[in-house]
Each structure stands twice: as C-alpha cells, then as structure tokens.
Design a protein around this ligand. Structure first.
Ligand SMILES: Cc1ncc(COP(=O)(O)O)c(C=O)c1O
Length: 387
C-alpha cells in the first residue's frame, strides 16, 4: 500500500537528536532560525509550531484586528482560520480556471493585506504593488520554487513555510515566518511562545518514532490490510480543523532539531522530488479527460495532482482497493466548507469548487522508486479509462 505522503525521516536524523547540549537554553531554536533565514534568503526568521500559527501570531504582533485579508479561495482551510482566529476577515478571491493561484495584482484589489499563495509550488510572476499593500507570502507548498529568478519566500513583506508531514520538507510539524523588517522581527520574537515542556517533548519523540515505523511500506500495508489505522488517515479532515481549535502549542525542541535536519538536506530532498516528478511526467503522459499543467523547471512541485473530468471519488476508491492511497491536499473549496458555506455564494466560486471536487493527488514522497511510479501510473490509467 502506498501512502500519499511520507515525512523525510532518516536514521541519521536520530543521531542528530543525540546532541543533548542543543536542548539547553534556546540553542535548538536559534540554530533552526539561523539556518532557515539563510536557506530562504531573508534577514530574520521566527520559529512557530506550524505555518498557521505563524500567520495568526503575525497579525497579533502587528496588532491588526478587524481588517479584510484577501486570500485565494483555493487554499488550505487553516489559512483563513488563522486569519479569523486573529480577529480579521478573510475575503476569498477566485483563481482563474487556468491554474490554482491568484495573482497579487488581483488580490490587492480586494484588500490592503493579502496572502499570496504559491499553490502546489507555482510562483506567480513578480509584479510590484502599491507600498501600502502588506503581502504575506504563503510559501508552505513552494520550497525551492521560483519565477523569473524570484524565489518563493523572498517576495512578500513576510513569508511563511511549513514543515508538516505533507510538505516538501515534511517532518513532524513546525513552521517559520521570515521577514527583512527588524522592528517586526523584534516584536514577533518578544511574543514567541517557547518550550512545550518535557511531557510534550516525549510525545514528539514518540511521534517521530511512530512516523518512522508507520510509513515503512510493509508496516503501512499491514496497518491498512488489518484495519489497524483509519482507512482515510491520509486525508485532510475538515472535522479535525475547526475554528475553535487553538492550535498554538509553543515550540518543540525536537521539531526544531528535525526541521534543522530537513533544511540541511533541502537540496538532496528537492533533487529527489524532482526525479519523481520527471517519472510522473514520463509515465502519466497525456490522458484524455485529465489535466495536469506543465510547469517550468523553476518549480519544485509539492504534490502530484491531477484534475479529473470523470468521477474522482470512484477513482480514489478503486485506487485504494489496489493499494494506492490518494488525497490529503485540498479536496475542497474554502468558501463551500461547513464554516463558510452560509457566508459565501457558491456560484461565485465555480472554478474553486470544480478544482476541489475533481482534484486527486497521487503518492509523492522520497522513497518511491521508478518502478513504483510506473505501477501507480499504470493502475491509475487503467482505472480511469475503465470508468
Ligand atoms: C497552502 C498552505 N498554507 C498554509 C498551510 C499551513 O501549514 P501548517 O500545517 O504548518 O499550519 C498549509 C498546510 O497545512 C498549506 O497547504
């Protein structure tokens, strides 16, 4: 059984956890922030327990309340939730049917604060916007991507990256906010919640060990075959992410150590992911009724996504029965999710609804071999053509 995503956990990571002196003081946080700002080419970095918390804390530090914030309507639901939790109002802006992203020039027509999202790694062409527009660059899915030489994460007033399990630098969690603004950095640092405590750190070590074991192909297959884990445990569940959830949990030194490891291995990780992307290009080819945009070489894809004309849910079920788990990434349109559906007119978000209803994500993680990708593509093609 193939999972949809798998964190990058190597034996050498565990050795790096044994550097006990890094657990004293804030050494782990300082080391992570220092490597993050260098890797992402910014002046300052502030660590958080997730990307969503970084966004929420940003608004709090800047004392922004009651403001409209323009957000692409096709994005991860936790982004508008973070805006809501900070006391501001998300304004959804629909992408064109050509792709997933909304250009900054369009977002900035709707609000003075915008969240520019590089969905699935696609960075929009850089255009200058009025100085009074505050740009939060959501680069959570765009590690290593760029457009016309502008690297994801270097465009906005601030930018955010995530280290959750399904991201390019997928670990056990964590996020980082980057900026070149010294005053903002100092404010963010003074509000940073450090240390989650010994018990929670132990839970994180356990989580790391569990992930390491669980995602081994044979263990994963065993769990799925005997129903030992939820059938859809790889799917993002809207129920798990309610607005009332306070997801701020402080900083974990273990997460810091894992994410420092991931940043140090970024080039290897991206190279491996590019390899997988090429295999998908090779084996998927053109399939009638299936859309997958061909991106430039400047892109490092975060997911292998396809937009299907025919019934996505049946395809997913059949793939599952043949040992291929799919999903996880944004199978919904934000304005039509339970929390927002009464506040927004669905007919205004036709493209987003279409993407949310027809997208499928094939397994995409380091560890997949060329033969695995060939197999996944062959099964997918057969099933798709059969229905
Ligand atoms: C586009 C996008 N932005 C932000 C986030 C938030 O990241 P995190 O899970 O670290 O809060 C995610 C993923 O969850 C995402 O897909």
């Amino acid at each position: 059984m193939y999972p949809i995503a798998r964190p990058y956990i190597k034996l050498s990571l565990f050795f790096s956890l044994f550097q006990f002196w890094k657990y004293f003081g804030n050494t782990s946080i300082i080391e992570f922030e220092s490597i993050a700002k260098n890797v992402f080419d910014r002046t300052y970095a502030v660590a958080y327990s997730s990307g969503r918390v970084a966004i929420q804390k940003l608004f709090e530090a800047k004392q922004i309340v009651g403001q409209d914030v323009a957000i692409p309507s096709y994005t991860c639901i936790v982004v508008p939730y973070a805006v809501e939790l900070s006391g501001n109002n998300p304004i959804f802006v629909e992408p064109s049917d050509r792709d997933f992203t909304v250009p900054i020039s369009e977002l900035s027509q709707h609000a003075g604060i915008v969240i520019q999202t590089h969905m699935f790694g696609e960075v929009q062409e850089f255009v200058s916007v009025p100085d009074n527009v505050f740009i939060i660059e959501d680069s959570c899915l765009a590690v290593g991507s760029s457009c016309n030489g502008y690297k994801a994460g270097t465009i906005g007033d601030v930018s955010v990256f995530s280290f959750n399990q399904s991201k390019q630098l997928g670990g056990i969690g964590g996020g980082v906010l980057l900026t070149d603004d010294k005053k903002l950095y100092e404010k963010l640092k003074s509000n940073q919640e450090c240390k989650i405590g010994f018990i929670n750190e132990c839970k994180n070590i356990l989580k790391l060990l569990l992930y390491w074991v669980y995602y081994k192909k044979w263990v994963y297959t065993l769990f799925k075959s005997f129903g030992l884990s939820k059938k859809n445990d790889d799917n993002f569940s809207l129920k798990d992410c309610t607005l009332s959830t306070d997801c701020s949990k402080g900083l974990s030194f273990i997460e810091m150590r894992v994410n420092t490891f991931l940043l140090k291995h970024k080039d290897v990780i991206l190279k491996e992911r590019k390899k997988i992307e090429k295999w998908y290009d090779l084996y998927l080819g053109e399939i009638k009724g299936v859309k997958r945009f061909v991106y430039s070489s400047e892109m490092a894809l975060s997911h292998c996504w396809l937009i299907l004309n025919k019934n996505r849910d049946i395809v997913r079920k059949k793939l599952y029965s043949e040992g291929i788990n799919t999903g996880i990434a944004n199978e919904y349109s934000c304005p039509t999710t339970p929390y927002y559906k009464d506040k927004y007119e669905p007919s205004l978000f036709k493209n987003t609804t279409h993407i949310g209803d027809s997208i499928i994500n094939l397994p995409y993680y380091i560890g997949l071999k060329k033969t695995d990708v060939a197999h996944i593509c062959a099964v997918f093609k057969r099933i798709y053509e059969e229905i």
